[in-house]
Design a protein around this ligand. Structure first.
Ligand code: PHE
Length: 342
């Protein structure tokens, strides 16, 4: 038998042996028979030097194919036995790995609940730009040119070449204007969103925070509607038997204007930590939309009247959760966020 014939018959033998390899021990016997120095493949290689020179290329090539075949078959069987062994080694009694779940931020949760309640009362949601011009943030809202709220102290101005009236909105009242300019009464909207004020950041005040504003314009809307709406919301959101106090106040865009207080939802008015022992909590500002504002938006104040109200969401979250430092709401520390799943 010449070398080529021996290579072919060795390959047949190897193929038969492979079919019988069922586990790692048998694979080791296979390796000892064919793949070691004294094995069948090496014996063929040793005999290659006796082959006539002109036959060497062909015989060498055939032999190399055989070598590759044995090695590949051996490797793949070894791998297969290993991964099977891996499965056997899994301890199914071990506790599983926990999956950490994200949650909706407490500010968004609160905002969503507020929106839900007003939607039940028939209010739509309107949104507007956070980068605004002076007219929508101040001018059309009846702020006189020398009103202190226009001061650089409170407002972040945006550098825009050739313009000095671009700013980050200081309240969501800019959306009031945009809604009144674009819709005809009856208008019933709430306007949630982010606002910016150039203030030193502290436990009680932030330079960016959230507000929700409400606007209702129709024929014959009165202060009684304003009171009824604010009270209905607060009774649903905080506590059903809340008492209210409307204190006179001032906003350029409402007349008359008021601040609303509600009896503390925790102590019911007796005085506690949440209400700083006063029995009352400040809800926000409100008032009847100033005729100048209606007029500047193309709504006839002789025919229509309306009310507006607005309050900060961070303060609401802090009252409800007991978080006493507003900055904690922006640090995204999971130890805080985890306490408010939802
Ligand atoms: N825009 C006012 C503020 O930011 C709040 C407000 C809204 C007051 C609507 C009255 C009516 O302080």
């Amino acid at each position: 038998m010449n070398l080529i014939e021996r290579i072919v018959s060795t390959r047949k033998e190897i193929e038969t042996d492979l079919e019988l390899v069922m586990n790692e021990e048998q694979l080791e016997l296979f390796r000892l028979k064919h793949l070691v120095k004294k094995g069948t493949v090496q014996a063929l290689t040793d005999d290659l030097r006796n082959v006539a020179k002109e036959d060497k290329p062909l015989v060498g090539k055939t032999l190399n194919e055989l070598k590759k075949f044995v090695q590949d078959e051996f490797d793949s069987k070894k791998l297969a036995f290993h991964s099977e062994a891996g499965i056997e080694n899994i301890d199914v009694t071990l506790p599983g790995r926990g999956v950490t779940r994200g949650s909706i931020h407490p500010i968004t949760q609160t905002q969503n609940r507020i929106i839900e309640i007003f939607q039940e009362m028939g209010f739509d949601v309107a949104e507007g730009p956070e980068v605004e011009d002076d007219a929508h943030n101040f001018g059309l809202l009846n702020f006189t040119d020398d009103h202190p709220a226009r001061d650089m102290q409170d407002t972040f101005f945006v550098d825009v070449p050739g313009r000095s009236d671009v700013l980050l909105r200081t309240h969501t009242s800019n959306v009031q204007i945009r809604v009144m300019q674009n819709m005809k009464p009856p208008i019933r909207c709430i306007m949630p969103g982010k606002v910016y004020r150039n203030e030193a950041v502290s436990a009680r005040s932030l330079a960016e925070f959230h507000q929700v504003e409400g606007l209702y314009i129709d024929k014959g809307v009165s202060m009684a509607d304003l009171k009824g709406t604010v009270m209905a919301f607060a009774r649903k959101f905080y506590h059903a038997d809340a008492k209210f106090r409307f204190r006179t106040s001032f906003f350029p865009f409402t007349e008359p204007s008021a601040e609303v207080d509600m009896s503390c939802f925790l102590c019911k008015g007796d005085g506690c930590r949440v209400c700083k022992h006063t029995g009352w909590l400040e809800l926000g500002g409100c008032g009847m939309v100033h005729p100048n504002v209606l007029e500047s938006c193309g709504i006839d104040p002789e025919v229509y009247s309306g009310f507006a109200f607005g309050f900060g969401i961070e303060r609401v979250v802090m009252m409800l959760t007991g978080i006493d430092d507003a900055r904690l709401l922006y640090e995204n520390d999971v130890r805080i966020l985890r306490q408010f799943p939802g």
